[in-house]
Write a protein that binds this ligand. Structure first.
Ligand code: FAD
Length: 462
């Protein structure tokens, strides 16, 4: 039995799961906390090579699209618009640097010790980081995920790249083929298409945007992206890359897409390489993730695991919720996570935001629902904001009127869906949402109107 532990808590991985866990534990009075990451900066995948740099490039490239496509309607004309890609990348890097610096300052202020280096278990309470040995009463594994590599399309950092390289290309590719039509592929495909690349999205499934979105949402979404020049090939199984051609097949027939760059974004795998989990007596589940119970405890109860490395959607806000709840459980408090209420957004233009049950999934499950839909085309602010494309859909229980889900296709859908999530968190009904005052003129009025449309009482639609 061990008597002397260096730390109350060691968190391995400084991503949104890990740093939130360490910071929350500090707020709750845990005294000695170490946060270990092999990266020199905090923030993990999300802040360094994920959510944030991608949003920086999406925002910058949206300005390009605005200048080219919408500015003239607003009475603005330019001549000789140029894109300074190094400056754009510098802006992205400066945002990341500002935010990683902010996390370092917060860690210092909260007396969370940041340890830089790769952690490896020596036994169930002890970790090695280089020469150092650290032991703790509680350990949280938050080592995240890494891009999935296809055996016949191995990453070479040049022609075949992952999202990490696609966030830092120093030249706009002529022909970019994106393998995988999920959030990462569509966002980065949009960035490079706006900057002038000819982009083809090749998806194995019959639809882009993931399986959660309803058929009408996907139809509208696909049309919008195609109108922006993205080529979309669904139902295509990629088989390899040869002589500058991405090879695939559909219904047994061969396909070939010319590409000077191939971005493989077919998902991410839980990352536990080099941790020596066996030394802590922890085995991986069949899907490669760390198996945990309802309070995210591994088979060694003082070791918990959170974020991308455990089951659930690989999303930063999911990792954050896991991290906060685990800190609360360790501190003897009542942690809370509502895994059923996890919004998922694709930050293209239009954005695609979903939460809870979709209409198609509800019908498939034999659940009786009422659906309210409202088009942004009937919202004045959306027109002023170049956001008249798309719609809001609210799915409610047919008997109780409780909101079960929402799908929003449109500008800022990711921001707009939050209020539906809040209503759902409090078991709100469509009528509750429809009776809530929304400031005019805002695009959020379309959310209110969609909720009203559930009972056919929308004012600005029949
Ligand atoms: P991570 O953020 O992956 O952090 C894990 C950390 O652990 C890493 O920093 C790693 O260096 C460290 N580590 C691993 N092993 C060790 C070890 N042995 N010792 C020390 N350190 C170790 N999600 C969203 O919700 N919204 C988005 O818009 C979004 N966009 C994305 C865009 C891209 C291009 C990518 C790649 C991902 C995106 N994601 C997005 C997903 C999001 O980044 C992840 O879900 C999130 O980062 C998971 O957080 P985490 O804390 O579990 O792990």
């Amino acid at each position: 039995k061990r008597t002397c532990m260096d730390y109350d808590l060691i968190v391995i991985g400084g991503g949104p799961g890990g740093y939130v866990c360490a910071f929350r534990a500090a707020q709750l009075g845990l005294k000695k906390i170490a946060l270990i990451d092999k990266r020199p900066t905090l923030g993990g995948t999300c802040l360094n090579v994920g959510c944030i740099p991608s949003k920086a490039l999406l925002a910058s490239s949206e300005h390009v699209a605005f200048a080219q496509k919408h500015a003239a309607e607003h009475g603005l004309t330019f001549s000789g618009l140029t894109v300074d890609l190094p400056a754009m990348l510098k802006k992205k890097e400066s945002i990341v640097a500002k935010m990683t610096g902010g996390l370092a300052a917060l860690a210092k202020a909260r007396k969370v010790e940041v340890v830089t280096g790769a952690a490896q278990f020596l036994d169930a309470h002890t970790l090695a980081v280089g020469e150092r040995k650290l032991s703790a009463r509680n350990i949280v594994i938050a080592t995240g995920s890494a891009p999935v590599e296809l055996p016949f399309l191995k990453f070479d950092g040049q022609a075949i790249i992952s999202s990490t390289e696609a966030l830092a290309l120093t030249e706009v590719p002529k022909k970019l083929v994106v393998v995988g039509g999920g959030a990462i592929g569509l966002e980065l495909g949009s960035v490079w298409a706006r900057l002038g690349a000819e982009v083809t999205i090749v998806e194995f499934l019959p639809q882009i945007g993931g399986p959660a979105a309803d058929a009408d949402v996907v139809r509208g979404y696909t049309r919008s992206l195609q109108a922006q020049g993205l080529k979309i090939e669904v139902g295509a199984k990629v088989t390899g890359f040869k002589d500058g051609q991405l090879l695939a097949e559909r219904d047994g027939k061969p396909l070939a897409f010319a590409a000077d760059k191939v971005l493989v974004s077919v998902g991410r795998r839980p990352f536990t390489d080099g941790l020596a989990l066996d030394k802590a007596g922890i085995a991986l589940a069949a899907n490669g993730r760390i198996g945990v119970d309802a309070q995210l405890r591994t088979s060694a109860p003082h070791i918990r695991a959170i974020g991308d490395v455990v089951d659930g959607p690989m999303l930063a806000h999911k990792a954050e919720e896991d991290g906060a709840a685990v800190a609360e459980w360790i501190a003897g408090k009542a942690g809370h996570i509502n895994w059923d209420l996890m919004p998922a957004i694709i930050y293209t233009d239009p954005e695609l935001a979903t939460v809870g049950l979709g209409e198609d999934a509800a019908k498939k499950a034999g659940r009786k629902v009422k659906v309210g839909k409202f088009n942004f085309a009937a919202n004045a602010r959306a027109h002023a904001n170049d956001g008249a494309e798309g719609f809001v859909k609210i799915i409610a229980d047919a008997e109780t009127d409780t909101i079960l889900g929402a799908q929003i296709l449109g500008k800022n859908a990711g921001e707009l869906i939050s209020e539906v999530v809040t209503h759902m968190e409090y078991s709100g009904s469509a009528e509750d949402l429809a009776r809530t005052i929304h400031a005019h003129p805002t695009m959020s009025e379309a959310v209110k109107e969609a909720a009203a449309a559930v009972s056919k009482t929308a004012i600005h639609a029949l």
